[in-house]
Structures are given as C-alpha cells and as structure tokens.
Design a protein around this ligand. Structure first.
Ligand code: ADP
Ligand code: MG
Ligand code: ZN
Length: 514
C-alpha cells in the first residue's frame, strides 16, 4: 500500500506499481465535465479524502458509481507534455485492506494485457484508497445492443474469452462478469475486463493475496457488518463470520404458508451450526432436534423444521441474473466455470437482443428463470453432479436456443407490461433445493406467484409496436449453428463439463478471428 505516494511493505507486485510514467508539470482544466454543483462537490470530497490526487490530476467528473466504489475521469500531464486520461477508482473506506490489496494485485499481476485492465498507480490516505487505471472510453451495453451486427457481437464475446482465459490462467475467478465490468470501445475496438473487487482465487491461484483472503475466510477472521465482505457477497445475505455460528432466518424468504411454529423458530437469532464441510460437529437448536424428520419433502411448502435450519454458506457474489446454477444453489466448490456461465448470459443477451435477460431479485427466482430455458430435468441432473437436489413443481422442457433467441429478436415486441410466455411459465414454478448429504431443505421460491412484480423474465421492453427491424440485417438472419452450439456449451448447467475460456477461443465459431 502507499503512504503519500510511497509504498509501505515489501512485495515486488507492489513495487511495480510505483513506475507511473508521468509527472505533472501543470494542472489545468482540459475540456469541461464537472457540470453541476453536486458533481463539483463530489470531486471536492475526493480531493479532501486523498489530497495527493490534486498534485497529479485534474478530476473532470464521476463516471461510475457502485456499492463499493466511485470512479472518476481525471487528466494528468505527462512528462512529454501530453495530456492523458485516467480512471480513478475510489474505494469505500470500509473495504477490508486485504480485499483492496487483492483487487490491486489482480490488476498488477494479470492486468495490462489480453483485454484485462491494468493499473498505473495507487494512492492512499488513511483508509481511503484510489486506484489509478488507464481510461478506456466505452459504450453502455444497452445503448449499443440493438445496433450491433452479428459479427461485432461475435468479436465482443471472443475478446471477453481472451480476458477470461488470462485471468483464469492466473487462478482468478472474477465472480462478477457482466457488461458493465467489460468495457468496450467500439471505435478503437478495444476491450477491458475491470473490477476485481469480488475476485476469488482458485486453489492454485498465483495471486498471493487471494490465498490470504481464502485462508482468512476459512478461519473466519475477516468480515464485519459494515465492511465489504471478503466472502464476496455484495450488500445482501451477509452471513455472520463468527466461526461455528450462522445467523439464521433473518434472510430467509418466508413463504406465505409459514405456520406459527415455524415463525417462532425462524425468529431465533442464532443457531449453533454444524458445518459438515469443515468437519465441525453439528449441533442444532434444542427446538429443532436433528432426529426430527422433515415433512416438507416433495410438498410445495416449507415445514417449520426446515425454516429453523441454518443455510449452507457458500460464495455467492455477483449479480443475480449472471449467477451460475452452482452459485445460486450455494455449491461450496466454485471454479472459474462460474465466469463462463456469466459470459454465456452476456452472449444470450447479444443473440436475443434482450438485456437484462434474467432479472430475478433473488436466487430462487433466478434459478427458476434458468430452468424455464434449460429445462427442469436437465437442471436436476446437473445439480446432482455438484451435490444438490433440486425439486421442481413441474416438468419444463429445455428450450431450443435458436428458436428462443430468434423469437425474442422478432420485429414486434410485446406491449409494455404484458407477460411473455416465459414469464408465465416461470411465475408458476416452485423450487426447492436440498443438500444431498443430509436432505436439508434450503430455500424455495415464493409460493404465491401472483404477488411479485419482479418474478418473471422482463426485458428492455420497447413501447408498443416498436419496430426493431433487426431480423434481416446486420447478419442476424444468418446466425450459424456454431453460435448456438457455443451458447449451449457456455450455459451448461454442470460446471464440470462447461466450456472453458481456452476452449471457447478455439470454437469453430471464431475460425475467422484467429
Ligand atoms: P464497482 O466495483 O463499483 O462496480 P468498477 O471497477 O466496475 O467498480 O467501475 C465502475 C464503472 O466505472 C465501470 O462500470 C466503468 O463504467 C467505469 N470504469 C471503471 N474502470 C474504468 C476504466 N479504467 N476506464 C474507464 N471507465 C472505467
Ligand atoms: Mg463493477
Ligand atoms: Zn422440511
């Protein structure tokens, strides 16, 4: 880390950061961006938090705002006299230091090549950290979605796989692959994978700090309610990190059929958890003896026994619509394959012209949406492979991907607010997931489908009767079978057989690109 532009602590990866090739002779305003008083006030706050920035950069304005950071566009004058644009990522001061350092290490070790964003510099003052990256002007995915040709869409995913191949080679699981984290400059044909704020290491990762995060997570040493969790959860479903204790019930979606006994049980604050994966002897709350047989199996409601049970803790970072089935079902052994699933969802958006493709607000509905496309039997079969039992209230066949995408790409879109066929199917589907080991019920979808407004597949619906007029142009009338074959391999429900980034780059679809 830096202190006033100087590094503290050893490590070659850190020292490499020092080699910023610029020195500011003069700070001046280049172009206008600051605009409103509010924007100016935010920039002042940034200068106040990390004053060194003012010596080097002229901050033009905010370009991104997430849960854990704000990103600014800034300009610095190089020694050569040339002005250069940079992206300044100001991390929220409550981020865990190891988490911040790991994000930096991903950028320094894997970044700067093969469409992975690099880093130029890093500032710190107290608990404020600002990461300085080269600026890549980029398009907003939804804005360009309908004007992309098939060839351009193909190049986009090809370049995404290049980035994923690189980070996976270094043993980094990104965990938050989505269009806003994959920058695309259409004019320059440049791409950059950004945002390692949720990244995790594979068991053999080359990123030392991801190993540290992993071991600290195992020991339960990191966490805290106000900090960005090192488990990778964003701002929901944050579990207690106290070893052997898991907060229960607060975050469990309570179905309408919950009985009184169940509510009482669910109201309990903490239950000593037995964690089979770490070999901790399992105890259960006295109100819920382990010998009690569950009576909700194969029924469409959650029994009181199950409601009182602790839920399996597994990494589930990312954005619901991009989460792989093994993430949604809280499979503890997650691999780089989760990024390939997310890339598949992006490809699905490109091929169907719909974004967000899946928009569920929670994991169970997200899984239900996936099932409507990939099929219930297929899901059940795949889930078994990674140790989960999925119960589905009805049998849904898988959809043919070409028919699905071409159907969604049709010229006329439904009037806004009207349900698509997929929406109707999904909202009447109920799900349960059981852990194979002991048959414990984990969660289920809302029982009353009619109530929710965000339960179905909603798309960027255009106004009634809008002519997309996409069908026969830009190559969308000649999408080859290879595209749907690759999509099928990306959206493989089983992570063990899902296509890797390296394999995807060699897919026949890209024969003209290599
Ligand atoms: P967060 O963790 O808050 O999502 P990101 O690293 O994803 O932070 O950055 C948020 C947004 O800021 C991105 O979606 C992108 O629009 C913009 N951004 C980030 N890095 C850069 C960069 N190097 N060049 C241009 N824009 C960037
Ligand atoms: Mg982001
Ligand atoms: Zn039960």
């Amino acid at each position: 880390m830096y202190e006033g532009g100087r590094f503290l602590g050893p490590g070659s990866w850190q020292r490499r950061l020092c080699l910023a090739p610029f020195c500011v002779v003069e700070v001046r305003s280049v172009g206008e961006m600051v605009g409103s008083g509010e924007a100016a006030a935010e920039i002042e706050k940034l200068y106040a938090a990390v004053p060194q920035i003012r010596n080097v950069f002229y901050v033009m304005g905010k370009i991104g705002e997430g849960t854990f950071s704000s990103v600014y566009l800034a300009i610095a004058r190089l020694r050569s006299g040339e002005d250069m644009k940079f992206a300044l990522k100001h991390l929220i001061p409550t981020s865990h230091p190891t988490r911040i350092a790991a994000e930096l290490q991903c950028l320094t070790v894997a970044g700067g090549d093969d469409n992975v964003m690099g880093v130029k510099y890093c500032f710190r003052k107290n608990d404020h950290v600002v990461i300085v990256m080269p600026y890549l002007e980029h398009e907003c995915f939804v804005d360009i979605l309908h004007s992309l040709s098939f060839q351009e869409a193909k190049e986009y995913v090809f370049n995404l796989f290049k980035a994923l191949k690189r980070i996976h080679y270094f043993g980094i699981v990104h965990r938050d692959v989505k269009p806003s984290n994959f920058l695309y400059n259409r004019k320059l044909k440049q791409y950059a994978l950004v945002d390692f704020g949720l990244a995790q290491g594979t068991p053999d990762t080359q990123i030392e700090l991801l190993k540290v995060l992993h071991s600290k997570k195992q020991e339960g040493l990191l966490g805290g309610s106000t900090q960005r969790s090192v488990f990778g959860e964003k701002n929901f479903n944050v579990y207690s990190t106290v070893p052997h204790e898991v907060t229960v019930a607060k975050s469990i979606t309570q179905p309408k059929t919950t009985d009184v006994a169940a509510k009482k049980l669910a109201a309990r604050k903490t239950v000593p958890a037995k964690n089979t994966s770490t070999g901790v002897v399992r105890k259960t709350a006295s109100t819920c003896p382990v010998s009690l047989t569950c009576y909700c199996y194969a029924r469409d409601q959650v029994c009181s026994i199950c409601l009182a049970r602790t839920r399996q803790v597994a990494p589930r970072a990312g954005t619901p619509g991009f989460r792989a089935p093994e993430v949604l079902t809280k499979c503890p052994n997650q691999t780089t394959a989760i990024d390939m699933w997310s890339a598949g969802i992006i490809f699905l958006s490109l091929l169907s012209g719909r974004y967000h493709f899946f928009n569920a607000g929670d994991d169970m509905n997200a899984l239900a949406q996936i099932i409507t496309i990939r099929g219930s039997q297929e899901t059940i079969r795949a889930a078994k492979q990674f140790g989960k039992t999925v119960l589905c209230s009805k049998v849904l066949p898988p959809k043919d991907l070409r028919t699905l995408c071409e159907g969604l790409r049709v010229c006329m879109v439904p009037a806004s607010g009207s349900e698509t066929e997929i929406q109707k199917q999904h909202t009447s589907l109920q799900l349960k997931i059981l852990e194979n080991q002991d048959g414990w019920f984990v969660e289920q979808t809302d029982v009353n489908p009619a109530e929710g407004t965000d339960k179905g597949l909603k798309y960027t619906l255009l106004t009634e009767g809008t002519e997309l007029n996409q069908c026969n142009i830009n190559g969308w009338d000649r999408v080859p079978d290879e595209a749907y074959h690759l999509l099928d391999r990306l959206l493989d429900m089983n992570p063990a057989t899902r296509i890797t980034a390296e394999e995807a780059l060699l897919h026949p679809l890209f024969n003209d690109l290599v």
